[in-house]
Design a binder for this molecule. Structure first.
Ligand code: NAP
Length: 254
């Protein structure tokens, strides 16, 4: 198990799902946790549970994000580990993927990730130690129908990881992506509802379809993704750099 005592970690989208599970796990490894997102009540509940800090940050709004970053820097000080987890998914066929849908997904998933890296990675490099874990997706490694905007955004997140991994390779900062398959969170539950609605099949049928995409025949738990993120933040993972690591029950084998 990684020992993160003395480290401060920032987790975007820490209010629920994978981000919340990651906040709880990294706190259990000794880290001081800062969680961001839009839903203040949920963030404060996570902060209370982890004895951490909650900061409201809406990645869809660049000006608000800039002031939230300044608030994090003022209240939390140096960030040792940055977990870019916040993300949204919209399922739509190409002809219904409007500019608004496209822009919103790229803004939150791609620009949000880049803006956080730009704000915190140079200071990690200056300190000679840091960890960045970007939550991409299997949709960042493979093509998936009816998710062109999401798929493109998650591929971009991996492109960003690879470019920054080269740029920061000699600084003591590691930069990686984790690529979950379907995970039991609100995002997957919303996808199940959407599939059931658009196909006229039952929610159980839609769920079975998603579970069947994995050779293990199941969805991944948020805690499994959190555990991988915890490992990547540890000292022993210093040689793991520029990777996009699936957590998907074997859906993608490379
Ligand atoms: P989730 O339960 O829907 O949680 C999404 C998180 O992102 C929430 O904490 C949410 O916080 C935050 N968020 C959404 N819009 C935001 C915005 N405009 N500004 C700031 N924060 C925002 O989803 P999840 O499954 O945990 O997803 C976490 C990450 O895993 C995402 O990047 C997703 O693409 C990725 N992923 C998920 C799955 C899956 O099957 N669930 C699979 C592969 C990858 P607020 O609502 O409080 O803002």
């Amino acid at each position: 198990m990684s020992d993160l005592s003395g480290r401060t970690v920032l987790i975007t989208g820490g209010s629920r799902g994978i981000g919340r599970a990651t906040a709880l796990h990294l706190a259990s490894l000794g880290a001081r946790v800062v969680v961001t997102g839009r839903t203040v009540e949920a963030l404060e509940a996570v902060a209370a549970q982890t004895e951490g800090l909650a900061v409201r940050m809406d990645l869809a709004d660049r000006a608000q994000t800039a002031s939230a970053i300044a608030e994090v820097q003022e209240r939390a000080g140096h960030i040792d580990c940055l977990i870019n987890n916040a993300g949204i998914a919209v399922g739509a066929p190409l002809h219904r993927t409007t500019d608004e849908v496209w822009d919103r997904i790229q803004q939150i998933n791609v620009h949000g990730t880049m803006a956080m890296c730009r704000a915190f990675v140079p200071a990690m490099a200056k300190a000679g130690w840091g960890r960045v874990v970007n939550v991409s997706s299997l949709a960042g490694l493979t093509g998936q129908a009816y998710t062109s905007a999401y798929c493109a955004s998650k591929h971009a997140v991996i492109g960003l990881v690879r470019a920054l991994a080269m740029e920061y390779a000699r600084t003591g900062v590691t930069i990686n992506a984790v690529c979950p398959g379907w995970v039991e969170t609100d995002m997957a539950r919303e996808a199940i509802d959407r599939i059931a609605q658009s196909t006229g099949r039952s929610a159980d049928h839609a769920r079975a379809t998603l579970e069947g995409a994995s050779p293990q025949g199941r969805m991944v738990e948020a805690e499994e993704v959190a555990a991988l993120i915890g490992t990547l933040c540890g000292e022993a993972s210093r040689g793991i750099h520029g990777q996009a690591i699936p957590v998907d029950g074997g859906t993608v084998m490379r």
